[in-house]
Design a protein around this ligand. Structure first.
Ligand code: GRA
Length: 383
């Protein structure tokens, strides 16, 4: 068993840390307050190869692996969690194309997504289909030239700005989840509507609704076979979840660092508040939860790099990291008191952003369902 990062991974981590501290940090507070999406950050991350870690060189990637991607996401989310979301919006369509796309589809979309030249997103969630993916109502009806897409997707990260979307829709409702299909949809097509949605946190990553009113999708934009959509969706979610979990680690770390730093400065009752056992209790809890989550997430990434199935390990890592982030942010908030509540300090943002990790990419309850049913032998997570 090896716990040290290779020299290559240390270099990747340092590159991401440097980028986050120099290029993201100066604008973080302003972008959060103004709900501002900084397109040039996507371009720079593309240039640095951040979207190409699990992409072969022939499509413009670096092939450094899942561990590299996890380290990058953690470093970026430590500075600003919303910017971490940009990574997954490029990765969602890229990963589905890599695994299920034709050679022509890979060549068409993966290089520009990897370079950050076009913006991606993935559209699963609908007003009446969140955790229950199969309850979606969007349909893609076959016509002479391809498909006609009809329906509404909501809470889609990047919906207001993306160029293309990986969209899941029913081609045959009677087949239930076996009648779902996956498409790459050009979001500048006729009949596509977009509406921005406001939310508690993750402000610098725009979120919105996508409406498809009789949108034409050419046949060569179907990913995989008709009816493979649910399988593609579950596969894709397992990959993006891992990276999302790495983002949660970054938020947990940022909150823990803020709590420790403040506890070492603030004096009350004649001593640093870190000297009080109740503060030590809170710090100890968040340190251990963060570190336990990190080991779980890194193991899931390591398994992915070994090309071993890791659905169960990803769910464990995502659950642990989301909960660690939310608890660390809540504890930091409490330790900083009024300075935690203040919008002049970042801890209130950590708390707002941390809460998102308990919801997105499969809620904490969905992860527990996957883990619990696997443990009980009802449904194996790794298959
Ligand atoms: O046997 P079969 O052929 O009928 O197939 C079944 C099963 O074997 C079928 O799907 C198969 N399947 C899988 N195949 C491969 C199920 N899971 C997998 C898998 N992991 N890999 C139906 O199975 P089922 O168990 O009856 O399905 P279900 O109960 O409808 O769904 C299971 C589950 C609840 C886990 C699933 O629906 C799920 O993961 N729900 C959560 C949805 C989710 O994560 N949404 C995220 C939205 S995107 C987002 O949040 C973006 C945020 C951006 C960011 O910040 O990163």
């Amino acid at each position: 068993m090896e716990f040290d990062l290779s020299e290559e991974l240390v270099a990747v981590r340092n590159l991401a840390r440097d980028f986050a501290e120099k290029e993201i940090a100066p604008n973080t507070a302003k972008d959060d307050q103004e709900h501002f999406f900084r397109r040039e950050l996507v371009t720079k991350m593309g240039e640095l190869g951040f979207f190409g870690c699990v992409v072969p060189e022939e499509y413009g990637g670096t092939n450094l692996g899942w561990m590299a991607l996890a380290l990058i996401s953690e470093e970026i989310a430590r500075i600003h969690s919303a910017i971490r979301v940009h990574i997954n919006m490029q990765m969602g369509p890229t990963l589905a194309l890599l695994q299920f796309g034709t050679e022509a589809q890979k060549k068409r979309w993966i290089p520009p997504l990897t370079k950050g030249e076009i913006l991606g997103c993935f559209a699963i969630t609908e007003p009446n289909a969140g955790s229950d993916v199969a309850a979606m109502a969007t349909t893609a009806k076959k016509n002479k030239l391809g498909y006609t897409l009809q329906g509404t997707k909501t809470w889609i990260s990047n919906a207001p700005v993306a160029d293309i979307a990986l969209v899941y829709a029913y081609t045959d409702r009677s087949q239930k989840h076996r009648g779902m299909s996956a498409f790459i949809v050009d979001l500048n097509s006729d009949g596509v509507g977009r509406r921005t949605l406001e939310k508690l946190g993750v402000h610098a990553s725009p979120t919105g609704e996508l409406t498809f009113d009789q949108v034409s999708v050419p046949t060569d934009q179907l990913i995989g076979q008709e009816g493979e959509g649910f399988k593609i969706c579950m596969w894709q979610l397992n990959q993006t979840r891992l990276n999302c979990a790495a983002g949660a680690l970054g938020v947990a770390r940022a909150a823990r660092e803020a709590a420790v730093s403040y506890a070492n400065q603030r004096e009350q009752f004649g001593q640093k508040i870190g000297r009080f056992q109740m503060i030590q209790d809170q710090i100890a809890q968040i340190v251990v939860e963060e570190e336990a989550a990190r080991l779980l997430v890194y193991r899931a990434a390591w398994l992915a790099d070994q090309k071993k199935s890791n659905n169960l390990e990803v769910s464990m890592g995502k659950f642990a990291a989301a909960e660690a982030a939310a608890h660390a942010a809540d504890s930091a908030f409490q330790i900083l008191g009024a300075y935690g509540y203040s919008t002049e300090f970042p801890v209130e943002r950590y708390l707002r952003d941390a809460k998102s990790y308990q919801i997105v990419e499969g809620s904490s309850n969905i992860q527990k369902l996957i883990i619990g049913q696997d443990a009980l032998g009802y449904r194996k997570a790794n298959r």
